[in-house]
Design a protein around this ligand. Sequence first.
Ligand SMILES: Cc1ncc(COP(=O)(O)O)c(C=O)c1O
Length: 418
Amino acid sequence: MPYRILDLVTGQSRRQYSLANPIRPLWSGTRGATLRRMALPDLGRAVRHAWRLDPDFITVNHGSFGATPNCVLAGQDVWRHRMEEQPTRFMATVLPNALREAASRLAAFLGARGEDIAFVSNATSGCNAVLRSLSLRPGDEVLVLDHGYGAVRSTVRFVTERAGALMTEATIPFPDVTADGIAGAISAALGPRTRVAVIDHITSASALIMPMDRIIAACHDVGVPVLVDGAHGPGQVTVELNNLGADWYAGNCHKWLCAPKGCGFLWTAAERQKDTHPTVISHGLGQGYLQEFDWTGTIDPSAFLSIGAAIEFHEHLGGASMRQRNIELAAEAASLVARRLNTETVSGDSNGAMRLVRLPVSQSIAPGPLRARLLQAGTDAPVHAIGGGLWLRLSAFAYNELDDYARVADIVARVLRE
Ligand SMILES: Cc1ncc(COP(=O)(O)O)c(C=O)c1O
């Protein structure tokens, strides 16, 4: 009875969830015993009502902004209620512990220590904090990927130009992507003046999972610390931060973990914390990593505090098995759409729950207007020009099923004919 489980958490969350103690998991309590992990075949259309998704729109772009389910939004609402009941008491006496409790919950999910995790609004903010904390000198280099996310590349450009340093670039082989090719390209781009490498865990436009173990080992071999832009990692693939060995990992919970928007984090290795500061400096300056990050001025922290609810929802959907199901669905979806359009996908072992399909058009066609036409026609998928081709990025999440992509293929074919 998959509906019962989600209806229960959606419809009754307020009653279950004590205002006096919102740290309790969203669906624990007297009815907790009736909740059980859903069987995988119940995903897809059967769980879609747990979100507010427009039923007339085919959502196959979870990667851009995620989608927050009703039960997590209800949990966030409870935090807001509690904050507004007595704002001063909340900020002074409830928030500090609640924030640390949320960080510990996230740390347990990410194989990390709570004290290494600070909340930030999003991955862009986390990367900014690290990059703007660097003390670069003229001639120093910061390495990025040519497939790196635009906003983070802009931040690197900003900090390097200001210091008379250089932004250098590793060229990812595409579309013939192999782990050897990626690791080789990054090793070749490291130089004696490279101060930091900024590596996307999963690239945005090209949706490639980087072989992080090999990249981090290659960088550390030559003494270069690594900032991982993990905007797409948590909830899409399994992330084990203590084992990864990065120096910093900036991630999002509002994409693949379905937390409310504005829930990101920065994980910092213990030895890097002293020199890592939030972009907004506040009262805690000089008092340590957590003191500095946990208070950066008055904000609404309810998205951070909802992380426990988001993780519970993720686990109820199947956790690791749901992530694997999404990856397999994305592969099937891309093959289906490529077959219908008579084109190709990006193959290899670098793929997650987002996959590219080449569009059967010349690359001189502008991606922006094409995407706008898809939106008008009832679906959304990013379109990017990469390596001489125009590529459509399809995401697969718990609420998707193969039929969504058959309908997307029809829409794309129609839009391209027009
Ligand atoms: C690789 C990568 N980094 C950073 C971001 C930025 O995420 P946010 O806007 O949540 O900071 C994205 C967004 O899609 C991304 O794909």
